[in-house]
Design a protein around this ligand. Structure first.
Ligand code: CO
Length: 460
C-alpha cells in the first residue's frame, strides 16, 4: 500500500502571521471555512500567540469567539494551535494554574491538537501544558524547536522525543521556524525519530531559504507522516510551501494524498483575491515572498533579520548592520546556543544590537537576558559562558529547579480584579495573557452593549 502523507493547512495561522502579520479578520476567511473542512486536511492550524494578540490589539475580535465560530463551520477537521509551553502565548513563564486552565478552555472551545514547544527544548516547561492537554482529551503534539549548533545532535533530539512521549505526547512535530533545515538533515532526523519511537511525525518548516520543498520530500521518504503547508496564494517566502504543489508532486511519486483538488482550487481562487488586496494596501510586502539565503550563512531566522534592520534604523545606525549580524551568533553561543524562536530570538537579537552600538559587549543588558541568566527560562542547551554570566548577574541569585514553581497562582486574583468586566473564564484568561489589551477590549464591549440597550429602548 502506498505511504500516506497528510497535510496541515496553515493559512489561518502561520501563513497569515508570516506574510501579513496575522491581520486576517474572521470575516475575510469565513466564506472558506466549509471548503477547508471538506478539503481533507489532517488539521487546520488556527490559533497561536500572535493570533490572540492581534485579535485583541488590532481586529477588535474576541479570540475565543473566533475559535468557537471556526469550530462551528469546521466540524470534521481537527483544529490545531501552537502553545509556547509554560509561556503559553507570551514571552515569560506563567504559573501552573493559568497554564492548565488555558489549555482546558482551549479544548472546551473546540481545539483538538495542542502543539507544545519550549524555546530551550526544556521539558520541565512543557510538562504542565502537556498533562493538561491529555486530561482535557485533546492531542498533545510535542514539538522540537529545531536548530543546529555544536551541542545539538540527533541523539539529543531523540532523547527529547522520548521524554515528550512519556509526558503524554501522541504525535511529534519537528518545528523548523527559520526554514534552515536541509533535505539531508530532514531525512536523517525523521529516520532517527522513526527508528526510536512508533509515533506520527509532522515536519514544520518555512520557505524562507528555498529549501522547504526538498526538505519535505526527503522527510517523507524517511517516513514523515504529516507536513505543514499553505494554500498557494499564501505560500512561499517566509510562509510555508504550497499545499497544491506538494500534493501534486507527492502523488506523482506514488504517495497517497487524500486532498480534494476541487476544494484546494476553490481555496486558492478565493485567497488569491485576498492576497491581492493585502499587496495593494502594502500589508503584504514583496520581500516577504522572496527567497532569502542569508539565514543559511548566519543561522538567523528571517524574522530576526528584519527586526535587526528596524532596530538599527530607529537608532540611525544602519551602517552597523553587518556587525550586528556577525555579533548575533556570538551572543547565541555565549548564551548556551538557545534555538532562535520566540522569545529567545528577540532577546538574542536585541542584545547583539546593544553590544555593537555600545562598542562594549554586555555593557547594557535587558531584563529578559538577566532573567534568562538567572535560569527563569529553563535549562540552556549548553552552559552560559561563565564569565559573561557572572558579569550579567553581578551576584544575583539563580533559580533552583523549575521557575514556575516559584510563581503564585494568578487566576483567582485576576478574576476578583476584573469583577463584572469579565463574563467568563475565557475573559479572565485573555486578561492574564494580555492585561492592557484585554481590559480595553472589555471596556469597549461594555460600552457597545450599553449603547445597544439604550437604542432598543428608544426604538421600542
Ligand atoms: Co512556523
Amino acid at each position: 500500500m502506498a505511504q500516506k502523507v497528510q497535510f496541515v493547512e496553515t493559512v489561518l495561522r502561520d501563513a497569515n502571521q508570516s506574510l501579513i502579520a496575522t491581520r486576517l479578520p474572521f470575516e475575510k476567511f469565513e466564506p472558506m471555512l466549509q471548503t477547508i473542512d471538506k478539503a481533507g486536511y489532517y488539521a487546520v492550524e488556527c490559533w497561536g500567540g500572535a493570533t490572540f494578540d492581534v485579535c485583541l490589539r488590532y481586529l477588535n475580535e474576541d479570540p475565543w469567539e473566533r475559535l468557537r465560530k471556526i469550530r462551528a463551520s469546521v466540524p470534521n477537521t481537527k483544529l490545531q494551535m501552537l502553545l509556547r509551553g509554560q509561556n503559553v502565548l507570551g514571552y515569560s513563564h506563567y504559573p501552573d494554574d493559568f497554564v492548565s486552565l488555558f489549555v482546558r478552555k482551549a479544548v472546551e472551545n473546540g481545539m483538538d491538537i495542542i502543539r507544545i514547544f519550549d524555546a530551550l527544548n526544556d521539558v520541565k516547561n512543557m510538562k504542565v501544558a502537556m498533562e493538561a492537554t491529555v486530561s482535557a482529551g485533546a492531542i498533545a503534539s510535542g514539538a522540537i524547536s529545531y536548530t543546529t549548533s555544536p551541542v545539538h545532535n540527533h541523539k539529543k533530539y531523540v532523547e527529547l522525543v522520548k521524554e515528550m512521549k512519556n509526558m503524554g505526547a501522541s504525535t511529534i512535530c519537528i518545528k523548523d521556524m527559520a526554514g534552515i533545515m536541509g533535505p539531508q538533515e530532514a531525512y536523517d532526523l525523521v529516520s532517527a525519530i522513526k527508528d526510536a519511537v512508533d509515533m506520527p511525525v509532522d515536519l514544520h518548516t518555512h520557505s524562507t531559504t528555498g529549501l522547504a520543498f526538498m526538505t519535505y520530500l526527503k522527510a517523507v521518504e524517511a517516513g514523515c507522516d504529516i507536513i505543514d503547508t499553505a494554500i498557494s496564494p499564501f505560500s512561499g517566502g517566509t510562509s510555508q510551501p504550497a499545499t497544491e504543489t506538494l500534493a501534486y508532486a507527492l502523488r506523482q511519486l506514488g504517495y497517497q494524498v487524500d486532498l480534494d483538488d476541487s476544494c484546494t482550487k476553490t481555496l486558492a481562487d478565493y485567497f488569491k483575491t485576498v492576497r491581492d488586496e493585502y499587496i495593494a494596501d502594502g500589508t503584504l510586502m514583496p520581500k516577504a515572498l522572496a527567497t532569502d539565503t542569508q539565514c543559511l550563512t548566519y543561522q538567523v531566522p528571517g524574522g530576526m533579520l528584519s527586526n535587526l534592520l528596524s532596530q538599527l534604523k530607529q537608532m540611525n545606525a544602519l551602517d552597523k548592520f553587518d556587525e550586528a549580524l556577525i555579533e548575533t551568533p556570538k551572543v547565541r553561543a555565549d548564551l548556551g546556543y538557545p534555538p532562535l524562536v520566540t522569545p529567545t530570538s528577540q532577546m538574542v537579537g536585541v542584545q547583539a544590537v546593544r553590544n555593537v552600538l555600545d562598542g562594549q559587549r554586555y555593557k547594557t543588558v535587558s531584563k529578559e537576558i538577566k532573567a534568562y541568566c538567572r535560569g527563569e527560562y529553563g535549562t540552556t542547551p549548553a552552559p552560559i559562558n561563565p564569565e559573561i554570566k557572572a558579569q550579567i548577574l553581578a551576584g544575583e541569585k539563580e533559580v533552583e529547579g523549575r521557575y514556575a514553581d516559584t510563581l503564585e497562582p494568578v487566576v483567582e486574583s485576576a478574576r476578583e480584579k476584573l469583577g463584572e468586566l469579565a463574563k467568563s473564564d475565557e475573559d479572565v484568561l485573555s486578561y492574564i495573557a494580555f492585561p492592557n489589551l484585554a481590559e480595553k477590549f472589555f471596556e469597549e464591549r461594555k460600552a457597545k452593549e450599553e449603547n445597544c440597550v439604550s437604542y432598543s429602548i428608544v426604538e421600542a
